[in-house]
Design a protein around this ligand. Structure first.
Ligand code: FAQ
Length: 335
């Protein structure tokens, strides 16, 4: 289980925390570990800024998984067959599980889940822009699997090599599950494309609405990304936002051809010299507007999460009361 693996020590050397020394010696040991591509573990000494960066990124990632359950969750009761419903339920549950591994990984850095959730519920913490758009038709569910999970995997595979051990280990399992999510989405679309003209039009419409939003998922261009340079230096990020975006485009164009859909970008063209596809301008104004809370579904998504959290208060209260009773019983029995 992932939770048991969180304390696995790094084989590359002794724990930084057990090496006595001054602050500058500890910092030097941390830097040496990073330079040697070793892993930092929860008990190790680490600079405050490294810790803060990880809590920010991992908790935002966790929030994305949890809020990301909502757009597809809306279709569970309307899935077109029993098979599609079973797959979709499994996928949405997986996303919930990803959120939980990630909150646990962030907790190893000393930040409580209540604090992280308070950040989400107050609108202070971010989550992925992509989940603030509506799912209008069944084709949107297929396109989320193909393109949104596809973009998520592209971004998350390098995170399996993140310098922070618990995050890297969580990502291994997450990526395996995301791979199933991507395939089920693509397969659902392949079936629709073999159907009626109306079904094919539905797929094309979903691709048209989601394509540009998926490209923005990778974050702002490198030149406008305030956290990238330090994140790369610390081995948290391994590949830059723009490079990942390019890799995603290069991998997706042939898949779109097989599927028989057009990607909605007239500038999309193979560049022989670069050995990559050229592509058009992403609307960053729209992206930032959505990130800042003004996308089409931001308010609805947050309100749904806050209601679910409040509705679940009795479960947390009951679990705490039970734990208290267990403890009291153990004390009585020991007396
Ligand atoms: N949406 O300087 P950078 C999924 C923010 S999981 C919203 O480049 P960084 C699974 C960024 O946080 C999808 N905000 O920052 C699934 C920062 O804000 P801050 C989530 C964004 O951290 C599928 C500011 O802009 N994946 O889809 C976005 O170095 C289907 C400046 O940006 C992850 O979270 C955005 N798209 O790089 C679930 C992966 N992009 O903190 C359900 C882990 C940027 O200063 C259904 N995260 N921002 O207030 C990462 O890899 C990185 O955090 C990046 C951003 C690449 C997202």
């Amino acid at each position: 289980m992932y939770t048991q693996a969180m304390d696995i020590p790094d084989e590359s050397g002794k724990k930084l925390a057990v090496v006595p020394g001054t602050a500058s010696e500890l910092e030097a040991a941390f830097e040496a570990r990073i330079a040697a591509d070793g892993r930092i573990e929860p008990q190790d000494w680490m600079p405050d800024a490294y810790r803060r960066t990880l809590v920010r990124q991992i908790s935002q990632h966790a929030h994305s998984e949890i809020v990301g359950m909502l757009p597809e969750g809306n279709w569970i009761s309307r899935a077109p067959s029993l098979k599609r419903k079973a797959i979709l339920i499994a996928k949405v549950q997986d996303e919930g599980g990803h959120g939980l591994y990630l909150y646990s990984a962030a907790e190893t850095l000393g930040t409580g889940r209540d604090e992280m959730l308070a950040g989400l519920h107050s609108g202070k913490a971010k989550y992925s822009s992509i989940f603030n758009y509506p799912t209008l038709t069944w084709a949107d569910v297929g396109v989320i699997g193909w393109l949104v999970d596809g973009a998520a995997i592209m971004n998350q595979i390098p995170l399996c090599r993140c310098s922070y051990g618990p995050y890297a280990r969580a990502m291994i399992r997450v990526c395996k599950e995301e791979s199933f999510h991507q395939r089920q989405g693509y397969e659902a679309l392949l079936v629709m494309m073999k159907g009626t003209d109306e079904q094919r039009a539905m797929v094309q419409d979903a691709v048209n609405r989601y394509w540009w939003k998926c490209l923005a998922m990778f974050g702002p261009p490198d030149a406008d990304s305030p956290h990238s340079a330090q994140g790369m230096r610390w081995g948290i990020k391994r590949i830059s936002n723009d490079e990942l975006r390019q890799k995603f485009i290069d991998a997706t164009v042939p898949q779109a051809k097989v599927l028989g859909v057009t990607l909605p970008d007239p500038a999309l063209k193979w560049n022989e010299e670069r050995q990559h596809y050229d592509y058009g301008q992403i609307d960053w104004t729209e992206f930032w507007n959505t990130v800042e809370g003004n996308g089409p579904c931001n308010k609805e998504r947050l309100a749904t999460r806050v209601k679910a959290h409040n509705d679940g208060q009795w479960v947390r209260d009951a679990a705490l009361a039970y734990a208290r009773k267990q403890k009291e019983r153990a004390i009585k029995e020991a007396a």
